[in-house]
Ligand binder design. Structure first.
Ligand code: PSU
Ligand code: MN
Length: 304
């Protein structure tokens, strides 16, 4: 019944059996300011093409599920006002009511699986927020990783989250957390943390094999690939700590709750770092896109 709207490029890639990488759209509508959001979205798509795969940016537009956006659709989404932020809970409702919404990691995974796409690149995943022991604020992204078979490449989890608790929940849910090129689980703007990732794989072919092995074992759920931000683009954790603490205090003072928390914190941190957080964010998303394209390429070979 659901009629997926594929972009021409994604449709052709599917027909030809070429590697495809899914991309989320919440990072465009709720994660970065206009016009950089659209520039970055197009640059990331180009990075994926240059690495030999085809990008599929996912969004709900006027009730229809789009897998791959034409450039004009990306332009329009990047400056649209009042776009919903869709996760597992509200994606179907948005489609049923003819609404327009950007997909979070959770909703992008759902759409990717539905469209037969196994690899997805983003910046950072949602996780367990600091203070979750009182707010219960835990992103639906974690549960999605536990049940939807898509390998997600991210730069770890932001320090706006409680990284220790996020890793514990991922372990409880049986989600493989695989660091690339280092032993530590990276923290988005900085590569080094005090947390050792449960797994490490430096070879995209191995990550693709692990993805396929889970499927063969009949295991539900995906993999979280934690790809550290390139060294020269990092912002030291100690420099960000007071800024994050300030943003969190503001969020509390303004009684920001639910799905507004993450976009609010990202916006405050952007303002307080005078845009440096955005420059780092762009570098790490591009880095993740390139790795995801390699993994998708390897999966294509092994699925062949
Ligand atoms: N983390 C980022 N940038 C983002 C997001 C998270 O560094 O743009 C977005 C992603 O779409 C993610 C969502 O899936 O926020 C998580 O929101 P929540 O914490 O409300 O589940
Ligand atoms: Mn939340």
């Amino acid at each position: 019944m659901i009629d997926i709207q594929f972009s021409t490029e994604v449709r052709d890639a599917k027909d030809a059996g070429r590697p495809i990488v899914a991309l989320e759209s919440t990072i465009i509508t709720h994660g970065m300011p206009h016009p950089q959001n659209v520039e970055v979205a197009k640059q990331v798509e180009k990075d994926i093409r240059d690495a030999g795969a085809v990008p599929a940016t996912i969004a709900v537009i006027d009730g229809r599920l789009h897998v791959g956006l034409e450039p004009e659709q990306l332009d329009a989404l990047g400056q649209a006002k009042g776009v919903a932020k869709l996760s597992r809970a509200d994606m179907a409702a948005c489609m049923a009511s003819g609404g327009t919404g950007a997909t979070t990691v959770a909703a992008t995974m759902i759409a990717a699986r539905f469209a037969g796409i196994e690899v997805f690149a983003t910046g950072g995943i949602g996780g367990v927020h600091q203070g979750a022991e009182t707010t219960f604020d835990i992103s639906a992204d974690l549960h999605e990783l536990a049940q939807t078979p898509v390998t997600v490449v991210a730069a770890g989890a932001k320090a706006i989250l409680d990284i220790a608790k996020t890793l514990e929940v991922l372990e409880t849910l049986g989600v493989p957390v695989i660091a690339v090129g280092q032993n530590e689980f990276p923290a988005f703007w900085s590569s080094q943390t005090q947390f050792t990732a449960p797994l490490r794989m430096d070879d995209p072919a191995q990550i693709a094999r692990a993805h396929r092995m889970r499927r063969e074992l009949g295991l539900p759920g995906g993999q979280l690939v934690a790809n550290p931000i390139p060294e020269k683009e990092q912002i030291p954790a100690e420099e960000l700590a007071p800024i994050i603490a300030g943003a969190q205090a503001d969020a509390e003072a303004h009684r920001i709750t639910g799905k507004d928390v993450t976009p609010y914190l990202l916006q405050r941190i952007f303002e307080q770092t005078e845009g440096r957080s955005l420059t780092a964010n762009i570098a790490l998303v591009r880095n993740n896109a390139r790795l995801a394209a390699k993994i998708a390429g390897e999966l294509c070979v092994s699925n062949g």
